[in-house]
Write a protein of this length. Structure first.
Length: 175
């Protein structure tokens, strides 16, 4: 049975060493993954892969870009953000991986593999490019409220600490 072709797959059989660039256009739904199945990622996704092949390894630099449709966390106004992500996957012939950076991954290269599948890596790159918080820029109050909310958590934290401190003192008094 023939293996299903990956969404982001690069053919390496018969290629000579050097740098090759590949571009793909896809949709979040193409990944068939619940994590990417969100209303924000409704526009097309551009994926660029620059693969550098040498005798011992293939270094694949992944770049993703898409226009995401968020809503402001405070006022719910629509916010369009350009999301870009980067990731590097190093495929090598079973050698010990060298020291990896945080946004790098190492994969053993199957001997005689005709292609490398980067679908999962592109999915990860997309997920990592999503912001934790989204605030609109049209309404200056939203940015202020967001900062207050962040400060509020700090306050609550120190409050708890001083409360715990008092509790400790209280305990000591009764001992
Ligand atoms: Zn807002």
């Amino acid at each position: 049975m023939r293996k299903e072709k990956g969404l982001i797959e690069i053919r390496i059989a018969g290629l000579s060493d050097g740098v090759q660039e590949h571009t793909f256009t896809c949709w979040a739904a193409d990944f068939r993954n619940p994590e990417l199945d969100c209303p924000e990622l409704r526009n097309d996704i551009l994926v660029r892969v620059v693969a550098n092949m040498t005798e011992s390894e293939i270094v694949a630099d992944i770049e993703t870009a898409t226009l995401a449709e968020f809503s402001c966390d405070i006022c719910l106004a629509p916010v369009q953000l350009r999301l870009t992500g980067r990731y590097r996957v190093i495929f090598a012939n079973g050698d010990e991986p060298r020291e990896l950076e945080s946004e790098e991954d190492y994969r053993a290269l199957e001997h005689g593999a005709p292609s490398i599948d980067l679908t999962e890596d592109v999915r990860e790159t997309l997920l990592l490019s999503r912001p934790m918080k989204v605030v609109c820029s049209d309404n200056p109050e939203c940015g202020m409220l967001m900062n207050d909310a962040a400060a509020g958590t700090d306050e609550a934290h120190s409050e708890k600490n001083s409360w715990q401190e008092s509790l400790e003192k209280l305990k000591n008094r009764f001992h």
